[in-house]
Design a protein around this ligand. Structure first.
Ligand SMILES: Cc1cc2nc3c(=O)[nH]c(=O)nc-3n(C[C@H](O)[C@H](O)[C@H](O)COP(=O)(O)O)c2cc1C
Length: 184
């Protein structure tokens, strides 16, 4: 079971990371879990030259090249995103744009997410769903939201957040077992 966890908040130890860690805590010990902290990586959004259309790959030489390898390696991809200005974080949006050339390459990978925020979270959810459906991934999880108040506090005000995040993890494991049986 190859799991790629994409930490999409600029804050590596914030609410979103706690939600993602809770989801990951439900994976069995045999699972190979790779954690990607986007805040540590140096990559741009899509430059829209459309060179990838002729090349069949993205020619921008930055840390996204390693992320491509990780995305291709993974059987389960789980995003953690804060809602920032009513959408996924800019870090996640950049990653999404850069997968434009990968048509079909993520097909049938199991995808899930956890998000944090309080307002306008619907568009954050919508962007994550659109990404996974556009790539023909298998959308799983349970739509876990950690309800946070930026200035007043974090997940401690939402007693259900970490429980829901763990449920998302369990659901992704369940989907994996349905599809792959007990292969690890
Ligand atoms: C630039 C910026 C924009 C934000 N926009 C929203 C927003 O539109 N809706 C919302 O509910 N929270 C918004 N927030 C609050 C974060 O989503 C919230 O604090 C989140 O839990 C932060 O996650 P973190 O602790 O992992 O960084 C924003 C925060 C930042 C820094």
């Amino acid at each position: 079971m190859k799991v790629l966890a994409i930490y999409g908040s600029p804050r590596k130890n914030g609410n979103t990371a706690k939600m993602l860690d809770a989801a990951l805590s439900e994976f069995p010990p045999e699972a190979e879990i790779k954690r990607l902290y986007l805040a540590d990586l140096n990559f741009s959004g899509c430059c829209a030259t459309r060179d990838c259309k002729t090349l069949g790959y993205c020619p921008i030489n930055d840390d996204m090249q390693q992320i491509y390898r990780d995305l291709l390696w993974a059987e389960i991809i789980i995003f953690g995103s804060p809602s920032q200005f009513a959408d996924v974080s800019a870090l996640i949006k950049k990653l999404m744009e850069r997968t434009w050339w990968m048509k079909g390459a993520l097909r049938n990978k199991i995808g899930g997410y956890v998000i944090t925020g309080r307002r306008y979270i619907e568009s954050t959810i919508n962007t994550l769903h659109a990404f996974m459906l556009r790539h023909q991934m298998i959308l799983g999880g349970s739509g876990a939201l950690g309800y946070t108040f930026t200035e007043m506090g974090g997940l401690e005000y939402d007693p259900l957040a970490l429980r829901d995040a763990r449920y998302t993890g369990r659901r992704l494991v369940e989907l994996y077992q349905l599809i792959y049986g007990n292969k690890n």
